[in-house]
Design a protein around this ligand. Structure first.
Ligand code: PMV
Length: 361
């Protein structure tokens, strides 16, 4: 079994003067949710997600050799402009990964990042952002240690991304990713995400995700605080056991293509995530009235048309509407006619299941 110490770089050469890379990494939407963690971003339960195709972060990393110093030396640009407010998060990330990437202080780093989705859309960029940065750091490590295998490259990229933001480790490989030890998923690990190992039914080919932007504001409660509230939560143990069970079930569904079962698991997971928030102490509610309007309207539409469309939620008010590609036209008409009115400024994003992170440069 792979352990944390396997990711400590100890064979590398820092005699390289400079270079640059660019990677794009996808956002992801969990079907079975991660909510609750142990020390060092170890998840309290396993989760599974679809990576997305359009919602991505694209990050460039330029490095120049310098004398190794006490502190990290880096600049951070967002869409080409210096962005001081993002720096503390990156500083913290570099500190966390330093033990695994001891070469980082031998270089000055320029990180230039942008998202394909609007900045204040309520879509978290931490998953795709931390994944894109981790891919670049691994490109640097590969230059310093060219012997590295591709498997190790992706595994360690996911491992590093996890240390930045838990769910980011599911934004390295595609299209369906499992993170967290699970008895029935070969190779699954608490340390990094792995591509779902079995054949996925064609019903899920190009599965659609239309993201309805209900509330684009900052969340009142960060996911870090939310995860923490699962310590001493009255339903925590039950919830963690349920996630294992739901992952076993969704594994079968992804193989056999049963959309009715898929809908049951996915919607129950979304509501359970929010139920955990509503039953923690302190309790909080991230759904908005329009989130509930959308859910009820989807249920009515599904009942009347038998079209297999369902919803899932992140830690926020926005709604992800999930459906197969063969009903796309009909569902988009429904969204335009009946759901757009519940979106802030009528905004929504049409996305679909995507691929792993991609090297651009
Ligand atoms: O990666 P974090 O710490 O932002 O947590 C994400 C948690 C959820 O999005 C609510 C669920 C998930 O599995 O992505």
């Amino acid at each position: 079994m792979v352990s944390e110490t396997d990711f400590i770089a100890n064979h590398y050469c820092t005699e390289i003067e400079n270079g640059n890379f660019q990677w794009s990494a996808p956002s992801n939407i969990a079907l079975v949710k991660y909510w609750g963690k142990k020390n060092n971003q170890i998840p309290a339960n396993p989760s599974i997600s679809f990576t997305l195709d359009h919602c991505k972060t694209i990050t460039k990393l330029a490095f120049t050799k310098k004398e190794a110093t006490e502190n990290f030396s880096f600049e951070l640009l967002f869409e080409g402009q210096p962005k001081e407010d993002f720096k503390p998060k990156i500083q913290k990330f570099l500190e966390r990964i330093e033990v695994y990437c001891p070469y980082l202080k031998s270089f000055h780093l320029t990180i230039d990042t942008e998202n394909t989705f609007p900045h204040s859309s309520g879509i978290a960029s931490s998953a795709s952002g931390m994944a894109a940065l981790s891919m670049n750091i691994m490109s640097l490590e590969k230059v310093l240690n060219p012997e590295m295998t591709d498997d190790f490259f992706f595994q360690k990229a996911s491992f590093l991304a996890r240390l930045g933001s838990g769910s980011a480790c599911r934004s390295v490989k595609g299209s369906v990713v499992v993170w967290g030890n699970h008895a029935e998923i070969d190779g699954s690990s608490d340390l990094f995400g792995v591509a779902f190992p079995d054949k996925i039914h064609e019903n899920f080919n190009n599965y659609q995700d239309t993201i309805l932007l209900v509330d684009k504001g900052e969340k009142q409660v960060s996911s870090t605080v939310g995860h923490d509230l699962m310590h001493n939560h009255p339903f925590a143990e039950q919830r963690f056991a349920q996630a294992h069970q739901n992952l076993s079930e969704i594994k079968n569904v992804l193989e056999n293509g049963n959309l009715e079962e898929f809908i049951k698991i996915v919607e129950s997971e979304a509501l359970t995530l929010h139920a955990m928030m509503m039953t923690s102490l302190p309790y909080f509610i991230l759904m908005k009235p329009n989130t509930l309007e959308i859910i009820n309207t989807i249920w009515k539409f599904r009942n009347e048309t038998k079209i297999p469309v369902c919803f899932t939620l992140d830690a926020g008010a926005n709604v992800h509407v999930l459906y197969p590609e063969n009903v796309r036209e009909r569902v988009l008409q429904f969204i335009a006619a009946e759901l757009v009115g519940y979106c802030q400024n009528g905004h929504y994003i049409c996305d679909a299941i995507g691929t792993e992170a991609i090297k651009i440069l």
